[in-house]
Design a binder for this molecule. Structure first.
Ligand SMILES: Cc1cc2nc3c(=O)[nH]c(=O)nc-3n(C[C@H](O)[C@H](O)[C@H](O)COP(=O)(O)OP(=O)(O)OC[C@H]3O[C@@H](n4cnc5c(N)ncnc54)[C@H](O)[C@@H]3O)c2cc1C
Length: 463
């Protein structure tokens, strides 16, 4: 069916406001934060509930129309991008947030609920949904589930996968399935819920979910340390793991990232000494014995591991230290062409891996601006390459293809993953075979076919 006939069918079938073809809306909803790609959707639809999603997908299936599920579009891999005349299905109007079930510590939400709004609802009961990262003010629960989002507290709580009890989703056929009910225990065959988590919108459209919550940690502290190199960062990490407190975040950023974030936020550097690399450590001290913390801090300073450091002394300082870390990606991305990498290796291999990669960029791509930061406690490094002002975008992208190959060769050598958090989407398709064997990919294709035999849902993503 041609696109204008399908738009006429939509017009006849649905009410005003169900879809838009306004060119600003197409440009806005047609891409995510991955940048680089050009939006070209046919239309954007805004169903208000699961039934409307079901009827719409059935219609698309009957007419062989490709559909891109879309959440907050904060994804960084092009997963929610519609570049080939697809219809974007935004779940943003399915955004209900039910009351917290305080007996089971769960909350039922629409897939379009904004992550931060869910956090705020949970906070009223002194509870948290521990999936937490800088884009939480815009990202949505459906997107968090579809990407198995990680973030700054994975080291303590794990990824989104650990915090999703059940999922309601609609297949391309229009069939509605509640995956797993609200059961903590349910060993009845395959747990298909876990296939949907991290499926990047390729298997089904998530419309609702029951999320697990947990008590808010008490007595959190934040330190910001300056160090010499990644080797010291990993040594500090193992010291922290042996310490009396429980780590809830262990993040790092290089000096160029700190400077970018300070310029963006207008904050002053928290440290007097300029260092090559910094760590933000957040921990929960259940012992509540200040002497113990003081003794631990003195010991790490005396060991020479840390060149400078501060412990937040007030809620404001706590917030500002986090603001520096959380503003880092946005400060690099805003208004510039940036190629983003999101790789992981075993923590013990981080020093050699990062040294090899940075040397390669310095020697072979000396004009690239390279920003390294990330969730060190999870072995996860974000490597953002900003286009030099003097280089045109097409040449930059061509040269990035070559630098990507170099980076992925190192990832493979150090037994890592080409995408720790952001997914494959469109932008990392060429890298999938660095982290997955061919027979694994064949199994993934077979699963995709079972869910979406006509390959209409987010086609071309992942494979
Ligand atoms: C500044 C910044 C910081 C970030 N930090 C982190 C971080 O620390 N950790 C991390 O993991 N990610 C991070 N991200 C990436 C991004 O925020 C996450 O991947 C987030 O979970 C995406 O949610 P979203 O609602 O924006 O999804 P979108 O970008 O809209 O979509 C992402 C994918 O999910 C699919 N999808 C969306 N909604 C649905 C649905 N209802 N049903 C089925 N499929 C759906 C889309 O098709 C797409 O493939 C960051 C992004 C930015 C911009």
């Amino acid at each position: 069916m041609n696109s204008s006939s399908f738009l006429q069918i939509l017009e006849k079938t649905y009410y005003p406001g169900f879809f838009t073809t306004d060119k600003h809306d197409l440009a806005h909803f047609g891409v995510d934060w991955g940048g680089i790609l050009t939006p070209n959707p046919l239309a954007i639809v805004f169903p208000k509930n699961t039934e409307e999603v079901s009827s719409f997908l059935k219609l698309c299936s009957a007419n062989n129309i490709n559909v891109v599920p879309s959440g907050g579009r904060t994804g960084l891999s092009g997963g929610a991008t519609a570049s080939n005349g697809e219809v974007v299905l935004s779940v943003s109007k399915i955004n209900s947030i039910n009351e917290v079930d305080v007996s089971s510590l769960t909350i039922r939400v629409g897939a379009g609920a904004v992550t931060q709004n869910v956090h705020e609802r949970a906070a009223k009961h002194n509870l948290i949904w521990p999936v937490d990262f800088a884009a939480k003010g815009s990202s949505q629960i459906g997107g968090n589930i579809a990407t198995n989002a990680g973030g700054v507290r994975v080291i303590r709580y794990g990824n989104a996968r650990s915090w999703v009890l059940s999922i309601k989703a609609v297949l391309m056929s229009g069939d509605v399935i509640e995956f797993n009910g609200d059961l903590e225990k349910n060993n009845t065959g395959y747990d298909l819920r876990h296939l949907l988590i991290g499926s990047e919108g390729t298997l089904a459209v998530i419309t609702e979910a029951t999320l697990k919550l947990c008590p808010k940690p008490e007595n959190l502290s934040v330190c910001f340390f300056g160090l010499e190199d990644m080797h010291s960062v990993v040594r500090l990490f193992s010291e922290c793991r042996k310490a009396f407190f429980q780590i809830s975040a262990f993040e790092c950023l290089t000096d160029v990232c700190l400077q970018s974030s300070l310029a963006f936020t207008g904050l002053n550097s928290p440290l007097e000494t300029k260092c090559p690399i910094y760590v933000l450590l957040e921990f929960e001290d259940q012992t509540r014995q200040p002497d113990q913390l003081e003794a631990w801090l003195s010991q790490v300073f005396e060991s020479g591991l840390i060149k400078d450091g501060v412990l937040a002394q007030s809620p404001r300082e706590f917030k500002e230290l986090w603001q520096i870390r959380e503003s880092t990606p946005e400060s690099i991305l805003t208004g510039r062409v940036v190629l983003q990498h999101d790789v992981s290796v075993p923590v013990s291999k981080l020093p050699d891996f990062s040294r090899s990669v940075l040397e390669k960029y310095k020697n072979d791509y000396p004009d690239f601006e390279v920003f390294v930061f990330g969730h060190i406690g999870d072995g996860n490094l974000h490597i953002f390459i900003r286009k030099p002002e003097a280089l045109d975008t097409a040449t930059f992208i061509t040269r990035c293809r070559s630098s990507d190959t170099d980076l992925f060769d190192f990832v493979k050598k150090f037994t890592g993953s080409v995408s720790a958090e952001h997914g494959i989407g469109l932008l990392k398709k060429h890298a999938l075979n660095y982290s997955r064997q061919e027979n694994e990919v064949q199994l993934m294709r077979a699963i995709k076919k079972a869910f979406d035999p006509k390959n209409l849902l987010n086609p071309g993503k992942i494979f």
